[in-house]
Design a protein around this ligand. Structure first.
Ligand code: APR
Ligand code: PHB
Length: 384
């Protein structure tokens, strides 16, 4: 088989890339390890920056997003017995975020690719990359081989693309956190109209949502926490303890539909390219979810890569491809800093002594009382 761009991974990065390339008349094949059902059911984050929404709408995959997505004009920071609204509508007028689950984006993109006969293959085992430093790289997999001009590694943090690059060609930057997030999806009407980021002495909690009937929650738990330690009753009790900290707020409970533990990590690889292999999304960088940046970064990488590939296949121009990594990394590092900053602002760290806790409170007081500091949070949250 032959194609122009061989894409590994059918997450938001790989699928959107395949879709945008198709609109530019560039052929691709997407090779995904898991089943279609699996990727469409996988519950992930759900906050889209305006730029992400614009990209999806402009490329014709935004109809359901515009119908079902929830536009949010602010978030609440809750600590010390009070809630403080960070008002995007006032601090960064005209900019907002939209709450719409990542797996809904994935469903919409798969439907769009298949509707025009796009080649997206699921349950493809033993993917291996070859000839990355030549002009004709290829991908082999169980029962097949794909020759291409360029390979896009969109296979997430645990994929095969990044490890296929010879040792020493890439530099990794990372930070691990001593905690994880227990994520919970529940059949219950959200107890608030905007997201609540809560810092308590027992740890962080987040109240998010997916629809008027479905709520999404996260709890800071120790790194490596087994899911079995969190029966549903304990989840609700802990969410109530961490969220019912302001007068008059009661958390509604309901049936828990899904539960999982996600480790927290910051990671960047530089450059995001080796020869004819271009890394995009989680394959190149991950952020702790506190800043809600993961999917937005994936979309922004893919936007840059699409322009570069259009110039390459259209005019034989390699300048944009050569600039791909630098162009992405500026935004990637801004999101790295913001995500680390939100994480340290809101989580409890075992290493924190009384001094550290006072610093964190002072930091929160500053962000919630200074127009300048609140604007810093707001403009990063809605997207730079
Ligand atoms: N062969 C083929 N596909 C693979 C392989 C492999 N060896 N390894 C992983 N994959 C697939 C995964 O099954 C997954 O469907 O690559 C896809 C990568 O998708 P994502 O992990 O969703 O990554 P990305 O598309 O970059 O999107 C980033 O995902 O993890 C979240 O918070 C993150 O929102 C961000 C978004
Ligand atoms: C989510 O709804 O899944 C979500 C929201 C905000 C975050 C992270 C995840 O910061």
């Amino acid at each position: 088989m032959r194609t122009q761009v061989g894409i590994i991974g059918a997450g938001p990065a790989g699928l959107l890339l395949s879709h945008l390339l198709h609109l530019r008349g560039i052929e691709s094949v997407v090779l995904e390890l898991r089943s279609r059902e699996h990727v469409e059911r996988r519950v992930r984050a759900g906050v889209l920056e305006q730029g992400t929404v614009d990209t999806l709408v402009a490329s014709g995959v935004g109809d359901r997003l515009l119908r079902e997505g929830l536009v949010h004009q602010g978030i609440e920071l809750r600590y010390g017995g009070a809630g403080h609204r960070i008002a995007f509508d006032r601090l960064v007028p005209g900019r907002s975020v939209t709450v719409y689950g990542q797996q809904e984006v994935v469903k919409d993109l798969i439907a769009a690719r298949l509707a025009v006969g796009g080649d997206v293959r699921f349950e493809v085992r033993d993917v291996a990359l070859h000839g990355l430093d030549t002009a004709s790289p290829s991908i082999t997999f169980e029962g097949g081989r794909l020759d291409c001009d360029v390979i896009a590694g969109c296979d997430g943090f645990h994929g095969v693309s990044r490890p296929s690059v010879p040792a020493g060609a890439l530099t990794e930057f990372s930070r691990d956190y001593p905690f994880a997030w227990l994520g919970v999806l529940a059949q219950v009407k959200p107890s608030a109209s905007e997201l609540i980021y809560a810092r308590t002495e027992r740890g962080f909690a987040l109240h998010s949502m997916r629809s008027p009937e479905i709520s999404r929650f996260y709890l800071q738990v120790p790194a490596g926490e087994p899911l079995e330690s969190w029966p549903d009753e304990r989840v609700w009790a802990e969410l109530k303890t961490r969220l019912e900290t302001v007068p008059g707020f009661t958390l509604a409970t309901g049936e828990i539909l899904e539960k999982s533990v996600t480790p927290m990590r910051s990671f960047v690889v530089e450059p995001m390219r080796y020869g004819r292999l271009f890394l995009a999304g989680d394959a190149a960088h991950i952020v702790p979810p506190t800043g809600a940046k993961g999917m937005n970064l994936a979309v922004s990488d893919v936007r840059v890569l699409t322009e570069a590939l259009a110039a390459f296949f259209g005019e034989g121009e390699t300048g944009l491809l050569d600039g791909y990594s630098d162009a992405c990394l500026r935004r990637v590092w801004r999101a790295q800093h913001f995500s680390w900053w939100m994480t340290t602002l809101l989580h409890t760290f075992e290493s924190d002594d009384a001094y550290g806790t006072r610093l964190q409170t002072s930091h929160l007081d500053y962000v919630t009382s200074s127009e300048a500091a609140a604007t810093t949070l707001a403009e990063n949250y809605v997207g730079m």
